[in-house]
Design a protein around this ligand. Structure first.
Ligand code: NDP
Length: 281
C-alpha cells in the first residue's frame, strides 16, 4: 500500500507554527508581490499567496502592473521595494509577458529580499552548496515533505524530469546536496532514455507540465514519486503523473492537488519570515 505524502496537512502545520511566531512580533514581516498582466493562473496564485500571508499575520502588498508596462517601470518599482525598509521580501510573479526582460528584472531584486531565491547570487550559492538567503520554494517544499515523512534521500537514485530554473534545476542541486545520485532529464532526452532512467529512480520527480505523462511504465516497484505538475484539463487540475495507476506501484506518492502546491506556499511564507529575521538581526 502506498503512503500519500500529504502536502496540505504538512503545509497547514508549518503555517500554523509560523503564525504563532509572527503573533509575538511587534513589527510584522512584509511580503511584496509584483504581478504583471491578467494571466488567470497567476491571478489565482497571487490571491492564494496573499490569503495565506494575511492568515499568518504578515503585511502583504500586491502591486499590479498592466500587460503594457515597460522594463524601466518595473525596475523602478523593484528599486523602490529594495530601498523600503518596511518590505522584507519581494517576489515577481512568473511568467512575465514576453515583452519584458525577465532575467534583468529578477536580477534587480536585492538578494536579501529575494524570497523566491531566483537571483543569480542566491541561485549560485545554492548550486555551490553555500547558504543562500532563500531557497526556491517548490524544491525546498519537496525536500521538506520528504523530511517530514522521514524519507532518507542519501544514497538514493533521484531522477528529475524537467530542468526549469524554478523547479528542475534547483531541485536537482538540493537533492545532490542531500547526497542523492541525481539524473536530470529534459525535452531533449530521448524517449527511450527517459523511460530507462526513470525506471531506475528510487525518487522520481515529474516537473514538466504534461498531464498524466508519467505512467506505470516509468516507475519501478516501491519508488517514491513526487508530482509537481499543475495542468488544467477540462477545468480540473491534473498532475504530470497518472496517479491512479502509478500509485499501485509506489511506496510514497504526492497527490495533485494537495501535494507539492501547498508546500510551495508554506515555503514562501517560511522564506519571508527568514528574510525578516535576517533584516532584523
Ligand atoms: P517549464 O515549462 O518552465 O519547464 C518544463 C521543463 O520540462 C523543461 O525543462 C522541459 O525541457 C521539460 N520537458 C517538457 N516536456 C518534457 C518531456 N516530454 N520529457 C522530458 N522533459 C520535458 O515548467 P516549470 O518547471 O515551471 O513547471 C513544470 C510544471 O510544474 C508545470 O505543470 C507547472 O505548472 C508546475 N509547477 C508547480 C508548482 C507547484 O507549486 N506545485 C510550482 C511551479 C511549477 P526543456 O528544458 O528541454 O525545454
Amino acid at each position: 500500500m502506498t503512503i500519500i505524502l500529504d502536502g496540505k496537512k504538512t503545509a497547514q502545520k508549518i503555517i500554523s507554527d509560523i503564525s504563532e511566531e509572527v503573533f509575538k512580533l511587534d513589527v510584522k514581516p512584509k511580503l511584496a508581490v509584483i504581478i504583471v498582466g491578467d494571466n488567470p493562473a497567476s491571478q489565482i496564485y497571487v490571491k492564494n499567496k496573499e490569503k495565506t500571508a494575511k492568515k499568518i499575520g504578515f503585511d502583504s502588498l500586491i502591486i499590479p502592473f498592466s500587460i503594457n508596462t515597460s522594463n524601466d517601470e518595473l525596475l523602478k518599482e523593484i528599486d523602490k521595494l529594495n530601498n523600503d525598509k518596511s518590505v522584507n521580501a519581494v517576489l515577481v510573479q512568473l511568467p512575465l509577458p514576453n515583452t519584458l526582460y525577465k532575467q534583468k528584472i529578477i536580477e534587480a531584486i536585492a538578494p536579501e529580499k529575494d524570497v523566491d531565491g531566483f537571483t543569480p547570487y542566491n541561485f549560485g550559492q545554492l548550486v555551490l552548496g553555500y547558504k543562500p538567503y532563500a531557497i526556491p520554494c517548490t524544491p525546498k517544499g519537496i525536500i521538506r515533505l520528504l523530511d517530514e515523512y522521514n524519507i532518507e534521500i542519501e544514497g538514493k537514485v533521484a531522477v528529475v524530469l524537467g530542468r526549469s530554473n524554478i523547479v528542475g534545476k534547483p531541485l536537482s542541486a538540493l537533492l545532490r546536496q542531500n547526497n542523492a545520485t541525481v539524473i536530470n532529464l529534459h525535452s531533449k532526452t530521448s524517449e527511450k532514455n527517459i523511460l530507462a532512467f526513470s525506471k531506475q529512480a528510487d525518487i522520481l520527480v515529474a516537473a514538466i507540465g504534461q498531464p498524466n505523462y508519467v505512467t506505470s511504465e516509468f516507475v519501478k516497484d516501491g519508488a517514491i514519486v513526487i508530482d509537481v505538475g499543475i495542468n488544467r484539463v477540462n477545468d480540473k487540475i491534473k498532475g504530470d503523473v497518472d496517479f491512479d495507476n502509478v500509485s499501485k506501484l509506489t511506496s510514497y506518492i504526492t497527490p495533485v492537488p494537495g501535494g507539492v502546491g501547498p508546500m510551495t506556499i508554506a515555503m514562501l511564507m517560511e522564506n519571508t519570515l527568514e528574510l525578516y529575521k535576517l533584516q532584523h538581526k
